[in-house]
Write a protein that binds this ligand. Structure first.
Ligand SMILES: C[S@@+](CC[C@H](N)C(=O)[O-])C[C@H]1O[C@@H](n2cnc3c(N)ncnc32)[C@H](O)[C@@H]1O
Length: 273
C-alpha cells in the first residue's frame, strides 16, 4: 500500500516547476480523498486512492490546481472556478482591504463589479457587508456560469449580467470595483497561466492599458457623486492609470500589496468623498 506520505513526496518532486509543489500535492490528494487538507495532514499513513495518479498527471502537465479541484480560496470564501474563469489571486485581496478601509464608518449601499469573473470581488464584499446589494458584469458566459454557482453565498443580493463593462448596467453605485485584464498583449506568461486561463481575462493591448482607458471614460457615469472606485493595477501601471483617472476628474490614492507593489487605485470624484 502506498501511504499518503509516500505519494505526497513523489508528487512534490514532479511539481518542481511550481512555486508551491508540496501544497499543490496536498490539495490534490485531499481532493482525491474528498477531505479537507487539514484533515489529510492529521494522518499521513492513510491509503491513497487510485484517482490521485490522474490528478498528478494533470498537474504535471501544468494545469492549475484550482481547475483540477474546481475551487480556490479567496479571502474567507471558497469559490468554484474552472476553464473560462480567471482563478482568484491573493494580490486581489488588497482591493478588499482597501474597500473595508474606505468604508470603515459606513458600508456602501450598492456595489458594481466590472469584470466579475467567478464573482470574486463582488461576492467577497457582499459576504463582508450582509445588507449590501450588487451587480457583477462580465463579457464571458463561462465566467458568469461560475459566478452564478458562487452567488448562493450572497443569497439573492447579487445580480449577474453578461455585457461589455458598464454599458451593461444603468444607475450609479456607491462602490465600483474592477480588476480588468492588464497584461501587455504578447507578454510571456508561465505555462499554467498561458496554457489554461482565458486570454480575454489577461491581455489588454500593447501596454496592458486598453481596458483602463475604456473603463476610465465610463466610471464618472456609474459611480455615485460621493462614491468610490477601486481598480486593481499591474505593479508598474500606477502612473498611467492615475493619469487616465485624473483626466476624468478623479482624485486618486494607491494601496500596496504584501510585496510592497502599488496594486490598487482608489479614485473619488474631485470635490467628492
Ligand atoms: C482579470 S479578470 C478578473 C476576474 C475577477 N474580477 C477577479 O478579480 O479575480 C478580468 C475579467 O474581466 C472580464 N472582461 C474582459 N473584458 C471585458 C469587457 N469588455 N466587459 C466585461 N468584462 C470583461 C474577463 O472575462 C474576466 O473575467
Amino acid at each position: 500500500m502506498t501511504t499518503a506520505r509516500q505519494a505526497l513526496a513523489v508528487a512534490t518532486a514532479r511539481f518542481g516547476f511550481s512555486a508551491t509543489p508540496r501544497l499543490d500535492a496536498e490539495l490534490l490528494l485531499a481532493h482525491a480523498l474528498g477531505i479537507e487538507r487539514s484533515v489529510l495532514l492529521l494522518d499521513l499513513d492513510r491509503a491513497v486512492p487510485a484517482a490521485f495518479a490522474a490528478l498528478v498527471e494533470r498537474r504535471a502537465a501544468h494545469e492549475p490546481v484550482a481547475y483540477i479541484t474546481g475551487s480556490r480560496g479567496f479571502w474567507t470564501l471558497d469559490l468554484a472556478v474552472g476553464p473560462g474563469a480567471l482563478i482568484p489571486r491573493a494580490d486581489s485581496e488588497t482591493l478588499i482591504e482597501a474597500a473595508i478601509a474606505h468604508f470603515a464608518d459606513r458600508p456602501p449601499t450598492t456595489i458594481l463589479d466590472l469584470g466579475t469573473g467567478p464573482g470574486t470581488l463582488l461576492l467577497t464584499l457582499l459576504d463582508i457587508w450582509p445588507d449590501v446589494r450588487g451587480i457583477g458584469v462580465d463579457r464571458s458566459a463561462a465566467a458568469l456560469g461560475y459566478a452564478r454557482r458562487n452567488a448562493t453565498i450572497a443569497g439573492g443580493r447579487a445580480m449577474l449580467v453578461q455585457g461589455d463593462w458598464a454599458t451593461a448596467v444603468a444607475g450609479r453605485f456607491d462602490l465600483v470595483v474592477a480588476n480588468p485584464p492588464y497584461i501587455a498583449t504578447g507578454a510571456t506568461l508561465p505555462p499554467e497561466v498561458a496554457g489554461f486561463e482565458p486570454a480575454a481575462a489577461l491581455f489588454a493591448g500593447p501596454e496592458g492599458l486598453d481596458d483602463y482607458r475604456r473603463l476610465a471614460a465610463m466610471l464618472r457615469a456609474c459611480v455615485a457623486p460621493t462614491g468610490a472606485v477601486l481598480l486593481e493595477i499591474g505593479f508598474d501601471q500606477a502612473d498611467a492609470v492615475g493619469a487616465l483617472l485624473a483626466e476624468q476628474g478623479f482624485a486618486t490614492r494607491l494601496h500596496h500589496d504584501l510585496g510592497g507593489n502599488p496594486r490598487v487605485v482608489l479614485a473619488v470624484a474631485r470635490g467628492g468623498a
